[in-house]
Design a protein around this ligand. Structure first.
Ligand SMILES: [Zn+2]
Length: 116
C-alpha cells in the first residue's frame, strides 16, 4: 500500500499520536481514515506539498509542519519556554479549540461525530 500523506486541519489524537494543526502525517491505514478526511480532521497532501524539503520540522520533537506559524503554535503548546501548570495548559488548549472552531470547522453537518 503506497504511503498516503495528509496534514491535520486541527489538533486531535490519531491512533495514539497527538497531532497539531498543520502537522504532516502518514496515514496508518486505520478503518476510520476515510471518515477523518471527509469530516475534515485531515486534508490530503498533493505530491508537491508532500516533499520533505518543503516542511518545517520542530527542533524539539521533529514533528513536521506545513509552515512556520503552525510550527511555532505547536512549540508554544508543547514546548513552552516557561512551563505551564495543568490548569494553564487546559485553558491554553480550550482557547486553541475555540480558534479551531472558527478557522477549521469540521464537516459534520447533521451527523454525530463518532471517532474511535
Ligand atoms: Zn515539537
Amino acid at each position: 500500500m503506497p504511503e498516503r500523506r495528509v496534514w491535520a486541519r486541527r489538533p486531535f489524537n490519531y491512533d495514539g499520536v497527538e497531532l497539531d494543526r498543520g502537522q504532516i502525517f502518514e496515514l496508518r491505514g486505520r478503518p476510520n481514515d476515510e471518515r477523518l478526511i471527509k469530516l475534515g480532521f485531515f486534508a490530503e497532501l498533493g505530491s508537491k506539498e508532500g516533499r520533505d524539503q518543503d516542511t518545517f520540522p520542530c527542533s524539539t520533537c521533529g514533528a513536521k509542519f506545513m509552515d512556520e506559524l503552525q510550527r511555532r503554535a505547536h512549540g508554544d503548546k508543547w514546548h513552552p519556554v516557561v512551563p505551564r501548570s495543568p490548569q494553564e495548559q487546559e485553558r491554553f488548549e480550550d482557547r486553541e479549540m475555540d480558534i479551531m472552531e472558527r478557522i477549521a470547522p469540521l464537516n459534520v453537518g447533521q451527523e454525530p461525530v463518532v471517532i474511535g
